[in-house]
Design a protein around this ligand. Sequence first.
Ligand SMILES: O=c1ccn([C@H]2C[C@H](O)[C@@H](COP(=O)(O)O)O2)c(=O)[nH]1
Ligand code: ZN
Length: 161
Amino acid sequence: MSSKRNDYITWDEYFMGVAKLSGMRSKDPNTQVGACIVSEDNKILSMGYNGFPKGCSDDEFPWEREGDPLENKYLYTTHSELNAILNYRGGSLEGAKLYVSLFPCNECAKAIIQSGIKTVVYDEDKYKDTPSVMASKRMFDAAGVRYYQYQRTNREVVLKL
Ligand SMILES: O=c1ccn([C@H]2C[C@H](O)[C@@H](COP(=O)(O)O)O2)c(=O)[nH]1
Ligand SMILES: [Zn+2]
């Protein structure tokens, strides 16, 4: 008789993996961010990645990082976390968890708090010294949103697509 597999992925690997897979849809040449929202009982509710809003062509809007604010990406990109929140059409996100490949900026932090998400699991924190991320942490602390860094397992997942 065969016994059950032991090398299945953990919940955290599963949801961070889905977040990162979602980030692979991003057209941003510098930073691709993916997000996955999960219910308290581990059901995937929504996903998102960073990109321009509907109708704003990836080929016409700018991907630059510098220069004229109207000619760089920052005024136009919808962040992965906000896309994941807005993509959810099922009602309340109260008590949900967010898996995200980059620590949320202050604007996403506000949306996360207001949507009722209570836990944020993040991977990279490369902008941790910026006022934006420092403000996010201050707001999460004040609002009782728990956040912790995903503990990488270095498991490699190969998908033949
Ligand atoms: O909370 C966040 C913060 C940033 N993003 C997106 C927005 C941009 O497309 C990139 C950041 O680009 P850089 O070239 O690294 O400045 O990440 C996000 O989705 N969520
Ligand atoms: Zn953001």
